[in-house]
Write a new protein. Structure first.
Ligand SMILES: C[S@@+](CC[C@H](N)C(=O)[O-])C[C@H]1O[C@@H](n2cnc3c(N)ncnc32)[C@H](O)[C@@H]1O
Length: 203
């Protein structure tokens, strides 16, 4: 795939992502639901979780979670992303909202936040705000589960984090309860992402 020309260079602005979705340049998109999320959902089949997907992009996971009986809300601040997700999801497009994660108020109390390629889409200066907002949105026992991108290159997105830095950001609010290598990464994340689950602790 040749890289199109883009004018927006600031990934903290919706225009950056609009340009990419409008030109169908989405190299981070998996085109489906990754294995660890499927396993997580199967392990919680008796007790589906109210789930929020921040920065959902095309939102493939929405259809999967909905089919499993989960209450899912997906948000994205890029109008072009929301339009593309709704096109893909058809009737389930009603689960996708155009909203900025930092000021979105979920319709119901959230039990799970699903993370994939959202934290690493953010400039690192915003990471403390992302983690603090996760913590605000989740009750004690609530979880952030998903994929974390570890890389030393300062260039992004995707912006890689290192393990110590992620621990320092998360441990004031969360305890890590799962951490494993990923069997089915796409090329951009191959060998550099891990599936992790973090549980909200009491303040
Ligand atoms: C790299 S894409 C990942 C999309 C999707 N999670 C996936 O795995 O394919 C990052 C997404 O986050 C969205 N995003 C970035 N900052 C956001 C914010 N503050 N609020 C809501 N969405 C945001 C972008 O519009 C983009 O769709």
């Amino acid at each position: 795939m040749t890289t199109p020309t883009f004018t927006s260079r600031d990934p903290s602005a919706p225009q950056f992502w609009d340009e990419r979705f409008e030109q169908a340049f989405t190299p981070w998109d998996r085109g489906g639901v990754p294995a660890d999320l499927q396993a997580f959902v199967q392990n919680h089949a008796v007790q589906p979780l109210v789930t929020l997907i921040p920065g959902c992009g095309l939102g493939h996971e929405v259809a999967y979670l909905h089919a499993a009986g989960w209450d899912v809300t997906a948000i994205d601040f890029s109008p072009a992303a929301v339009m593309a997700a709704r096109l893909l999801l058809g009737a389930l497009g009603e689960h996708v909202c155009e909203a900025d994660f930092f000021d979105f108020i979920p319709p119901r109390a959230v039990q799970l936040i699903y993370e994939r390629a959202f934290l690493c889409a953010m400039p690192p200066r915003l990471w403390p705000q992302v983690v603090a907002r996760w913590a605000e949105l989740l009750p004690v026992g609530g979880r952030v589960a998903g994929y974390f991108f570890f890389d030393a290159s300062p260039k992004g997105p995707p912006f890689g984090i290192d393990i110590a830095q992620l621990d320092a950001l998360m441990t004031p609010y969360f305890e890590q309860i799962d951490d494993r290598s990923v069997p089915d990464s796409i090329a951009v994340f191959q060998g550099k992402e891990r599936w992790q689950v973090w549980q909200r602790r009491a303040d």
